[in-house]
Design a protein around this ligand. Structure first.
Ligand code: AHR
Length: 338
């Protein structure tokens, strides 16, 4: 039987020199671009409060809701933070605008989860020129210059795809297995990496064939729509590999509407392990879920405090994830945090 892995942080990578930012950060000095608080057009605060500008991807999934809550619950005034939060609605241009606004406000630290991987160098150079350190959470940027950010904390998305692919290969592919793939947002690190991981883990099994692959943008609505199209185009689908739970849940709706039984007639493997996905797994509608832990707030707070204190921080902090079959989901659900 498949059991869950132990969740813990795995620290990897090289130490980033944060000292360069120590003097330029943490309100009270006059390096915040003017020294006031949000509302008077100026991001800095007095005393020990750390002003953080956070640009979130959007509100596309249950995972994202849990991630936002973790950040907002942790970066509180009580914990010494003044959090300025913006939702980019899955648009890179909105994130770039938000980051520029945080630079103009002179916040102490900018943190963000990039909607897509590429196209960040210019705005990150602007932050560096302004002396504002940047911390990446959840998703990576594709840049050759890793001095543009202090630290990146998030899951290993390639590994998540590999874990899904390995389970499929070992458990479902004794005979020909036709797979349809619901990809995440085009150009996003988790979409690129989970696809890569799944393909590499299944490449050695000649029974597995990905017969269709399309983005469902990490949302339940688009996951359902794309699955409806797959069902119209193919009458021989054996498995849905969805890059997140929400798209898998949308696929369940489409499969049921087509008169089939999800989890039996068409198997489903997803990534995230949010409560709704875990319930579907416990109910037998999803067959396996690889977790992506969204509770990044506490670690983000620690990283930011270290950066502000001029202490070295890990360049890459990998969050280790669990994996669940039906039995493990039933066991985990009563105490599931998100
Ligand atoms: O970047 C993490 C991914 O983004 C989650 O797996 C997905 O649900 C979210 O939209």
């Amino acid at each position: 039987m498949f059991s869950t892995f132990t969740a813990r942080r795995r620290l990897t990578g090289v130490l980033a020199g944060a000292a360069i930012f120590a003097l330029a950060a943490c309100g009270g000095g006059d390096t915040d671009g003017g020294g006031g608080a949000e509302g008077d057009g100026d991001g800095g605060t007095s005393g020990d409060t750390i002003v953080v500008g956070f640009s979130q991807v959007g509100a596309e999934s249950g995972w994202r809701a849990a991630n936002t809550k973790s950040i907002q619950d942790t970066l509180t005034a009580e914990n010494g933070f003044d959090l300025k939060f913006s939702d980019a609605q899955q648009k890179q241009e909105n994130q770039i605008q938000a980051i520029r606004s945080y630079i103009a406000q002179g916040v102490d630290v900018i943190a963000f989860s990039p909607v897509v991987e590429s196209g960040w160098d210019s705005v990150l150079e602007e932050a560096r020129d302004a002396g504002i350190p940047v911390v990446l959470t959840d998703r990576a940027v594709d840049s050759e210059d890793d001095t543009l950010y202090e630290s990146f904390i998030g899951s290993d998305f390639v590994l998540e795809g590999e874990m899904a692919g390995e389970w499929v290969s070992e458990n479902l592919a004794a005979e020909q297995l036709n797979v349809v793939e619901l990809q995440g947002t085009t150009g996003a690190a988790p979409a690129i990496d989970r696809k890569t991981g799944f393909e590499s883990a299944t490449a050695g099994n000649p029974n597995i064939e990905i017969i269709a692959s399309q983005t469902g943008n990490f949302t339940r609505t688009e996951g359902k729509q794309v699955m409806e199209g797959f069902l119209q185009a193919h009458d021989d689908i054996d498995l849905v590999f969805a890059h997140n739970d929400d798209m898998g849940l949308g696929a369940i709706e489409a499969i049921e509407a087509a008169g089939m039984v999800p989890g039996e007639d068409i198997k489903i493997v997803t990534i995230d392990a949010v409560k709704d996905g875990m319930q579907a797994l416990a109910d037998g509608k999803i067959n396996y879920i690889v977790e992506c832990n969204p509770l990044l707030g506490p670690d983000l707070a620690e990283i930011i405090k270290s950066v502000i204190a001029g202490e070295p921080v890990e360049k890459r902090i990998v969050v280790e994830d669990l994996a669940f079959d039906q039995e493990a989901a039933i066991e985990a659900l009563p105490t599931r945090e998100y």
